[in-house]
Design a protein around this ligand. Sequence first.
Ligand code: PA5
Length: 470
Amino acid sequence: MSKMKAITFDYNNMMADYVGKQEGITDKEITSLKEETANAFAMVENGRGKKMMGWTELPYNQDEVVADIIDTARDIKKKFDSFVVLGIGGSALGPMAAFQALCHLRHNELPKSKRKAPKFYVEDNVDPERMKSLLDIIDVKKTMFNVITKSGSTSETMSQYLIIMDLLKARLGNEAKNHVIATTSETKGNLIKIAKQEGLKTYYIPDGVGGRFSELCPVGLLPAAVLGIDIKSLLKGARAMDKLCRKADVRKNPALMAATLQYIAITRKNKNISVMMPYADSLKLMADWYAQLWGESLGKAMNLNGNKVFVGQTPVKALGVTDQHSQVQLYTEGPFDKVVTLIAVENYRDVVTISKGCEDIPDVSFLCGHTMNELITAEMNATEYALTKAERLNNRIVLPEVNAYYLGQLMTFFMMQTAFTGAYLNIDTFNQPGVEEGKNATYALLGRAGYEEKAAELNSRKEKSARYTI
Ligand code: PA5
């Protein structure tokens, strides 16, 4: 593996030279944004490590906690058969994406001797059937639960915690506390209080790290280490990409260029949709992680001057080649409202050759002797060609291979691109008032003290009419 390589961002097909003058972006347009680009860059650069931008420092300031996590993970691997994350949103999507990217694609189905790590589950919903089904397949006596919530008060996560702790206490008594690790804010919320009362091992989510920017802190690092992922390499990759993202020259800074192109696409080309389409099953959940990062960070009603702007770009998750047989028809012939990002992998971790057969049927036998690697790559190139021919803005991110180092680069690239795009749009990239509203309404509906006013507001909402229900 050539460790020093970087992932690349190929934006040829965003440009008028390739996709045509009608839709494409010109070099002149990029250059004309010189001042706005400098401002967006400065806003991110000057904000590093401050307020809700504590995440920029994670690749550099965690030596101590990383050592602790590696020790703890070693212990967990020895003692437990299953590792279950209880969390939602930013407290779940990163661990899921890293698991999918860096572990065997059928990890949980592998025999223990091959798996070399506990089975892994992330419970990011409160569907009762799902909870019941989990309890049907795990042995709680051999399971470590990692409850993750920055705020320490999210209803979904705390309800899961209550169910699990009750079960553990009933089955294991005083031992229950040795089956739960809390990852939460050191200073805020209820989970930290509970963790202290119960004597739980605890990892902290730094104050300046919001959920969707938290994969590179203990939120993501502990589950990853338990799974045998090289978390030092993940952080090393993050540092390598971060270095590129600190270049002020937009033509040398991949995340700044990616943000600049999306900013132009959003504000001048009416591209309201960002499709994320990795050509690798291992990166399928990266598209889910990206969807939260992009959607929750950029979908904002107000700008920083307090004006209503209602900006954002709707993220759509897709998978190559699967979605070629589902969504690509829409991408090539539907409305001109999308930017499609393809994620390519140069070297898949396996090579599978298509077997010989059907020699008398040339329309099938042409496949023989090719590898599936060649086929998936040809299909991606073909889709890129079709999109470009149809004058659809598209770009490509290339990973030399999927490993911890390049995943660290990829996640950092997206986080930086999001931060730069938010800066261009002059919004608060790091808050989520729309999510908070729903959380507060849930508290009110379930009678949490302190939410009486919200409950009254909800109770006074207009009643639904039978007239509009069939
Ligand atoms: O990005 C965010 O901040 C949110 O999506 C949160 O991650 C999500 O709401 C869960 O919050 P918490 O970690 O506080 O339970």
